[in-house]
Design a protein around this ligand. Sequence first.
Ligand code: PMP
Length: 368
Amino acid sequence: MVKKGADSAAERLVRGSLKNFTPYQPILPPEEGETVAGRIVKLDGNENVYGCSPRVREALQSFGSYHVYPDPEQKALRRALQEYTGLDASHIVAGAGSDELIDLSLRLVLEPGDRVIDCIPTFGMYSFSTQVCGGEIVQVRRTAEHDVDVEAVLNAEDDRTKVIFIASPNNPTGTLTSRDDVLKLLDTGALVIVDEAYYEFCGVTVADLVPQRDNLVVLRTFSKWAGLAAMRIGYGLFPREIAERLMTIKPPYLNSAAEIAALESLKDVDYLMGTVRALVEERERLFVMLSNILYLDPVPSEANFILCGVIQRDASMIQQELRGKGVFIRHFDTPLLRNSLRISVGKPEDTDAVVWELRTWEEMSNEA
Ligand code: PMP
């Protein structure tokens, strides 16, 4: 029993390791008044600007069982994902976005003080969830070309390492990790979690290795290719025994609306992949246009966004200025990603709008 004293309940009861916890920095939705220019060009969340399949809206309108708890075993969705992924349903677990599956995977394996390797710069939820779960994050820098530094990861790995996270393509760099590199990491025996949130934009996967390896997890999501970011639905491909154990610790239900939306998306893959193809084509056009802007140094990407180093300009100032004009992009200024911008790929008119605004900074100095 924690003794009552002058301290507040929060002060007495919250875990010590979480008292000064730095929260995850999510993107903020546009606020009222930010549409000054009468438009929103939202290129900061790596969402699918074409939206979800029209079948999703129709199915949700006609669904009559919102008052009934859904199937705790997710049978219909796991079956549909079996067809989509080619892996048996016994390897598949769906959750509230990949975010929940990151958290659940860590809860399943981490004891306090266990280590998790994070190949930075990368997606922030790996270190966030590790810390919430009481694990210790070990950061290994990527190479100058933004590749996973496999040698450095192998050197950092020790008998307290339980998990190695690899986002492929990586957010925010857009770079892939090769199958050979994943195989080398699997040999450590740690749980290797390959996050393929942007798989559909590149078609490169290690999912086929999951049934052969007892320590490989592949995470996927409907947030990007299927335009369902607000629904919160993703899935993981797990070694069978880990999938079974994960199901025993997972809170029982998916949100029915999200489950229906995912099922309808899987019935409309051709339509959705048409939007993905349009975005991939647009990514290449955006890359060329960004390369032609003198102060930007864009990184070739296999995902639906492009990271740009900013030279002799203030990236934060540019991001703020564009926001005021209704154009939303992401800004990074961390020790490994100084003065950088990440621009999600949109429709051709979105590319034109963001490039137009960025060009105005060619003539301006930081002080302008
Ligand atoms: N993994 C990566 C690499 C991501 O970039 C994101 C979203 N920004 C996620 C996972 C989270 O996806 P979800 O919406 O399915 O939680």
